[in-house]
Design a protein around this ligand. Sequence first.
Ligand SMILES: Nc1ncnc2c1ncn2[C@@H]1O[C@H](COP(=O)(O)OP(=O)(O)OP(=O)(O)O)[C@@H](O)[C@H]1O
Length: 378
Amino acid sequence: MARHDPSKAAASGGNFEALHLDRITRRFHNMVALNELSLTVRRGEFIALLGPSGCGKSTALNCLAGLMPLSGGRIMLDDRRIDTLPPERRGFGMVFQNYALFPHMSVRKNIGFGLMMRNVPEKEAARRVNETLDLVQLQAHADKLPGQLSGGQQQRVAIARAIVVNPPLILMDEPLSNLDAKLRLEMRHEIRRIHHEVQRSTIYVTHDQDEALSLADRIVVMQDGVVQQIGTPEQLYNAPANLNVARFMGYRNVIAFDACSPLDGRRMQVHRNGVTLNATLQGDVAGHRCTVAIRPDDLRIGDPENDPEGANSLDGRVIEVEYCGRDWLVDVDTAIGVLHARIPQAATPGQRIRLVLPADRVLAYPQGRDAAMAVAAE
Ligand SMILES: Nc1ncnc2c1ncn2[C@@H]1O[C@H](COP(=O)(O)OP(=O)(O)OP(=O)(O)O)[C@@H](O)[C@H]1O
């Protein structure tokens, strides 16, 4: 396949070194949907905006695209201010959840539409459409109508249409939401491949943590319009900045502890219902109550006969078992509450097991509103 060559496709504004979002804010009457988002996107970076429904992800994307004016802050593309420009002068490519294709136009015409609007000469446009059809692997379907394609193929057309005009930045708003689970996985891989191939920056909105983790170079986690953490997938996965991020990163065990005592530097002991665990401090908790977050995958099965004295372990009774194909998700009733664990062996309800909690994967956060909620939910 011919490599997509951005330098040959020059209808749009070319590339950039850095896109700066400087405290961008959007209000709807008195409601702040997006509160002072600051972020620098480097050339070629893949950024995911991740958060639950209503956290302000789409608002951020629409503000970037120019579909919605800012209530505050500014957007700079290198040293050029762009938040005052209309969408067409920003020249960003957009891919939406619902594909937004022209139903009466062939795949080829859908992809070429943006080039026609930009008065790209016919021969040049045909070459670029062909190159892009190769890139998204749709040559065989070029003369079909969108209605004759599968959902995944339609989304490839939408992606092709966004990139054929060679935009400096591609904005994607939940592009895989309408696809079934298997296709989502395939398209995820495709999006990453295409991103590497075209070497343009991408900002990708999703509420799916797996999608964000697997696609992005950096992830921006949002909640109630406010950025919670910006970091690489590894940073977010291993050391969430707060309990909101932890929950979003799959730390399903969130437990309030009554007392904490420092051990050394970043280690501390946490106490609840007569149980003492060694934990790793996240933030400043010393001397206060704290909330502990643990991922089901980080718990492992211990051996009551052979575990060393003082191991971070807890005995409990299995109350639910869910088979997940490669492993089992079990709910275990323990002295500190029900723990969710992902384990590599079958278990049965009623069975007594020992769980080991590696101290570096038991994260202790300062106790605030979140912890009060965790206690109330028990
Ligand atoms: N045009 C509008 N008028 C008033 N409120 C709005 C408007 N658009 C969005 N909002 C509100 O702003 C907040 C953020 O909405 P936004 O669509 O950005 O969230 P989101 O994270 O993209 O959610 P979802 O994943 O459900 O699309 C929500 O509370 C929403 O109700």
